[in-house]
Design a protein around this ligand. Structure first.
Ligand SMILES: [Zn+2]
Length: 110
């Protein structure tokens, strides 16, 4: 006879019976909602990382600071190249951002 654990759902806070001691949610709906929230949080964190890089690129461009533009575009491209970026961003948007950053790097590397 399987042992049941009485656990508290990490999503809705309801008590539920689980056969696995490490279950975290009471239902498929709560599991899906938790996973969507985790993804949204990860997207927010990525955008928070990208924003200052994009801002630095804008400022360097406005100043006509070619070295600053190259640094900022390179940093932006590198961050976008990490594994989580294509996973979290819409693929079209990610492709456009990489292409734009790479174009700026190419223009300023000559
Ligand atoms: Zn729940």
């Amino acid at each position: 006879m399987p042992q049941h654990h009485t656990l508290t759902c990490a999503r809705c806070g309801r008590a539920f019976a689980a056969t696995r001691a490490d279950a975290r949610t009471c239902s498929t709906a709560c599991r899906v909602a938790m996973s969507a929230k985790r993804r949204n949080d990860a997207i927010d964190a990525l955008i928070a990382e990208l924003a200052p890089l994009s801002q630095a690129l804008t400022v360097a461009t406005q100043r006509g600071d070619a070295a600053g533009v190259l640094d900022a575009a390179s940093a932006l491209r590198e961050r976008l190249s990490l594994d989580d970026a294509p996973r979290l961003l819409d693929s079209t948007l990610h492709g456009l951002l990489i292409a734009a950053a790479s174009g700026v790097v190419a223009n300023h590397s000559e």
